[in-house]
Design a protein around this ligand. Structure first.
Ligand SMILES: Cc1cc2nc3c(=O)[nH]c(=O)nc-3n(C[C@H](O)[C@H](O)[C@H](O)COP(=O)(O)OP(=O)(O)OC[C@H]3O[C@@H](n4cnc5c(N)ncnc54)[C@H](O)[C@@H]3O)c2cc1C
Ligand SMILES: *[C@@H]1O[C@H](CO)[C@@H](O)[C@H](O)[C@H]1NC(C)=O
Ligand SMILES: *[C@@H]1O[C@H](CO)[C@@H](O)[C@H](O)[C@H]1NC(C)=O
Ligand SMILES: *[C@@H]1O[C@H](CO)[C@@H](O)[C@H](O)[C@H]1NC(C)=O
Ligand SMILES: *[C@@H]1O[C@H](CO)[C@@H](O)[C@H](O)[C@H]1NC(C)=O
Ligand SMILES: *[C@@H]1O[C@H](CO)[C@@H](O)[C@H](O)[C@H]1NC(C)=O
Ligand SMILES: *[C@@H]1O[C@H](CO)[C@@H](O)[C@H](O)[C@H]1NC(C)=O
Ligand SMILES: *[C@@H]1O[C@H](CO)[C@@H](O)[C@H](O)[C@H]1NC(C)=O
Ligand SMILES: *[C@@H]1O[C@H](CO)[C@@H](O)[C@H](O)[C@H]1NC(C)=O
Length: 584
């Protein structure tokens, strides 16, 4: 296992004050726009910032949600966990999951400027070199290799001193970080767990080695968390942001040679309200995320012919990959009782104390809430001789990538179906499958753009995924038996205590597992001539002109790490591809 400082991507802050913020279509510029970006989320915001660097380029973002300004929970890293299920969330749920004993689980996606990066938990991983090199192989485009994308990654983020100013020499490797707008840092409020985790990985070695900074090219090992803040501080006089407005359809505007041209969009603010049509001079860029992007393509007649016909949508492009290959990281909370009253359990149970800590954060920017609740993270590889490898080829991108992940939380992380118990002090080890082989889909439930689509991530539906999850539970138990934990952990809590055999551990996992919220792949890139995939390696829709897709849906395979730094990096490269194509 590589343990590492958890590098977190934190908070995407667009300064709407520096651009024109519109709340009704009537305010749209009469002069028109070169680029229309659908979705002011993670990728959409990066693109808007880069494309408007040229003051002659006029860009419109259309975002379904509201501004992220002044949303306290979105600004306080610790409270990121409280955002799913609020007005900032689309509130999607999955179909009943066979791998989860038929449970349906919430499927959080940001519906706000900044998108899912506004509601996420700030972990910042760039992905091992082999993650990127596999993309290059799958797309037959060396432009996606680590060697080629490194410069884009370095444009996304920069390492900064933590708020408390402590000396981080032993905690990060500055050369692994770049010059961009996302500020990343090691945790500012060290938790009592941090040293236990790091000493244990230093002590155990082997499959559990210490990795000082996970962002150096090998993504396994253990380290601390780092937090990233993205501030796009350009003065955007050539950017309009239309909020509270949904794109309901992408429209064919003609033909370019043999290719269908899609440069138009329909928009509406409510299901019953009026619709408006807008046309981009250069491109429509679809950045509606891994759920919104395939849903909108299908509503527009772009998808698998049979599925579209089932809903009586007229087929403009038969692209069977649309909505397929949805892949996500399953997450399991393993709870342990601990002999400590330093955990955050008390804070969550005491509203006065909670208020006091929020107060501390808002007045001084210090205190418990400056970090997200997990400070340390580790990635591990399965033992080489694991029985699963007689049936399944190693799904990782390479030996620098992990099969499973740990995140240590100093308290009861109520991420799954269980609520925090009224008494007791806890540690949660979140274990995850980093290289899942399960695949799912996004499908239309109806042709009403305001209806939610059917989301089936297929959590824990493959033999490999359940095998890896069971191994991660065993590894968590081994890890906390090391001497640095002596006297701290008093024992497993709940179903974990009675899950003794592999079968019982598998069943325990199916009862409590949820998602790390890392879905990707529903509009995958692939080589231009390949039958699979939705966009080519330049991210242009196959068989079409004028429409490009830039968001997590284009990932050709899930990376063995947290995904947001890769979304930023993809968007940075896309911005260059767009600028060079249009000379702007
Ligand atoms: C709760 C949570 C925690 C996470 N934690 C982490 C983490 O710690 N580390 C990490 O690396 N990653 C994390 N992630 C994942 C990461 O945030 C996402 O992968 C990433 O932000 C996705 O970026 P995107 O551009 O693809 O989509 P998004 O950022 O989701 O953007 C899509 C945007 O499009 C808008 N939209 C959708 N449909 C329409 C439409 N029809 N019309 C107009 N607008 C539309 C949406 O409202 C949204 O703003 C987390 C995600 C969640 C939800
Ligand atoms: C999500 O659910 C919450 C709680 O019910 C609600 O306040 C919010 O408006 C919902 N979000 C959307 C986009 O409907
Ligand atoms: C999903 O599960 C719920 C609860 O068990 C059940 O009521 C519902 O009918 C199931 N839905 C489908 C489509 O099977
Ligand atoms: C930080 O610590 C390292 C060794 O741990 C030391 O060499 C370095 O001088 C320290 N830096 C500062 C600014 O104190
Ligand atoms: C950071 O930017 C400076 C100047 O702006 C440049 O000299 C340096 O090479 C950049 N570093 C990285 C890692 O990109
Ligand atoms: C933005 O505009 C303000 C006011 O015109 C100016 O003071 C500031 O320097 C500008 N910032 C950037 C990054 O260009
Ligand atoms: C899913 O992606 C893989 C590549 O990772 C590809 O080979 C396969 O054809 C895709 N499946 C579908 C249904 O598009
Ligand atoms: C925390 O634990 C210590 C040692 O067990 C004890 O002395 C102290 O009173 C406890 N504090 C609280 C607030 O419970
Ligand atoms: C794998 O190897 C280890 C030691 O090298 C051994 O203890 C273990 O039993 C082996 N596991 C299997 C499934 O063969």
């Amino acid at each position: 296992m590589f343990t590492n400082l958890l590098i977190c991507a934190v908070f995407l802050c667009i300064r709407p004050s520096a651009s024109r913020v519109l709340t009704t279509p009537a305010e749209l510029s009469k002069k028109g726009y070169d680029f229309i970006i659908i979705g002011g989320g993670t990728a959409g915001s990066v693109l808007a910032s880069r494309l408007t660097e040229n003051k002659n380029t006029h860009v419109l973002i259309i975002e379904a949600g509201d501004t992220n300004e002044g949303v306290v929970n979105a600004m306080v890293p610790f409270l990121g966990v409280a955002l799913p299920g609020t007005t900032l969330d689309w509130n999607f749920t999955t179909t009943n999951q066979t791998g989860l004993n038929g449970r349906s689980i919430p499927y959080a996606r940001g519906r706000v400027l900044g998108g899912s990066s506004t509601i996420n938990l700030l972990t910042w991983n760039r992905g091992s070199n082999d993650v990127w090199d596999r993309w290059a192989r799958l797309t037959e485009d060396s432009g996606w290799s680590w060697k080629s994308v490194a410069k884009y990654y370095f444009k996304t983020s920069r390492l900064v001193a933590p708020a408390d100013g402590h000396n981080t020499t032993t905690q990060d490797i500055p050369s692994a970080h770049g010059n961009g707008s996302v500020e990343v840092s090691v945790p500012e409020f060290p938790s009592e767990l941090d040293n236990c985790v790091i000493q244990t990985s230093q002590q155990l070695g082997g499959r559990l080695p210490f990795n000082k900074d996970l962002n150096t090219g090998n993504s396994f090992g253990f380290s601390d968390t780092a937090t990233a803040y993205l501030n796009l501080v350009e003065n955007w006089t050539n950017l309009d942001i239309l909020l509270l407005t949904q794109v309901t359809k992408i429209i064919q505007t003609g033909k370019e040679g043999k290719l269908k041209e899609f440069r138009g969009v329909s928009i509406a603010q409510t299901a019953s309200g009026p619709t408006y049509k807008i046309i981009a001079k250069k491109e429509v860029i679809l950045s509606a995320g891994v759920i919104g992007t395939p849903q909108l393509l299908m509503l527009s007649g772009i998808g698998a012919k049979a599925d579209l016909e089932k809903h009586k949508v007229s087929v403009l492009l038969d692209l069977p990959g649309v909505g397929q290959n949805l892949t996500d990281h399953p997450l399991l909370p393993n709870y342990f009782l601990v002999d400590s009253n330093q955990t955050f359990d008390a804070v969550l149970r005491d509203s006065a104390l909670f208020g006091q800590i929020i107060g501390e954060w808002s007045t001084t920017g210090q205190g418990l809430f400056v970090d997200s609740p997990g400070n340390t993270q580790g990635f591990m590889r399965l033992p080489e001789n694991s029985s699963i490898f007689t049936k399944v080829a190693d799904p990782t991108a390479g030996k620098g990538s992990g099969h499973t992940e740990f995140i240590f939380v100093d308290g009861f992380a109520a991420l799954g179906p269980l609520q925090q118990p009224p008494t007791g002090n806890f540690m949660t080890i979140l274990t995850a499958v980093a290289s899942p082989t399960s695949r799912g889909s996004v499908a239309l439930a109806s042709t009403n753009p305001f209806d939610k689509p059917l989301i089936d991530p297929g959590i824990l539906s493959s033999d490999f995924d359940i095998f890896a999850m069971v191994q991660s539970i065993k590894d968590a138990q081994t890890f906390i038996q090391a001497t640095p934990w002596a006297g701290f952990v008093t024992g497993p809590f709940g179903g974990l205590a009675t899950a003794l055999t592999d079968e019982e551990k598998a069943s325990f996992a199916r009862t409590l597992a949820v998602t790390v919220n890392h879905p990707v792949g529903t509009a995958s890139m692939s080589p231009s001539k390949a039958k699979w995939g939705v966009v080519d390696s330049q991210l242009l829709l196959k068989g079409a002109a004028g429409l490009r897709i830039v968001d997590a849906s284009v990932f050709p395979v899930i990376p063995e790490c947290h995904v947001q730094a890769l979304v930023y990096t993809v968007a940075e490269r896309a911005a260059d591809l767009i600028k060079s194509k249009h000379g702007c």
